[in-house]
Design a protein around this ligand. Structure first.
Ligand SMILES: [Zn+2]
Length: 182
């Protein structure tokens, strides 16, 4: 089991101006977080936390692959991930500042605790780096599933044709009705 403790950074204990960060993520990290989008992958995270005046700057580079379901055949596929982010973090005394004064793009950490947990920050960065459309390389999709989908869509389009054409029995009745009205 991956310990999520290693992702907790005690900001108040940082002594250097720049503190390097390094993590190797595998399936146990995704299992420990139990997020909805990604359950499996292998990635390397390198980065740093820079101490500045009044704030911290978190910077991470993430590269590797995650397993996500293919849009076309729904089988799992390896999606390469390559992303780089920086994030401003501020310590604030708990309850002092109104929430409305806070900026959405800054992570605020309660000054009394001073603990920045970057486990979810990394997870969300990975999830955002997965392209909206992700499919297997041509020919790599699950054949059985592709055949099923093709049959399903063929059946659906022939249903649509049938509903547009008039049922022959109705056609006869309509003709009779027209005749009787003449
Ligand atoms: Zn596929």
């Amino acid at each position: 089991m991956c310990s999520l403790e290693q992702f907790k950074v005690d900001l108040k204990a940082l002594t250097e101006d720049i503190t390097p960060l390094e993590y190797n993520l595998d399936d146990s990290y995704f299992t420990a977080l139990d997020g909805a989008e990604i359950q499996s992958g292998s990635l390397h995270v390198s980065g740093s936390i820079r101490k500045a005046v009044g704030f911290f700057e978190l910077q991470v580079n993430i590269s590797g692959t995650v397993q996500v379901p293919c849009d076309r055949c729904l089988d799992m596929m390896a999606q390469p991930i390559e992303t780089e982010l920086s994030q401003v973090v501020k310590l604030i005394p708990y309850g002092v500042e109104e929430d409305s004064n806070r900026q959405d793009d800054i992570i605020y950490v309660d000054e009394n605790e001073g603990i920045l947990d970057i486990a979810w920050f990394i997870y969300e960065s990975i999830a955002l780096a997965v392209p909206i459309q992700h499919v297997h390389q041509p020919g790599d999709c699950n054949d059985a599933m592709m055949r099923m989908l093709e049959e399903h869509s063929a059946a659906r389009s022939s249903d649509a044709d049938a509903s547009e054409a008039i049922d022959p029995r109705w056609e006869k009745l309509l003709k009779l009705k027209v005749k009787s009205e003449e």
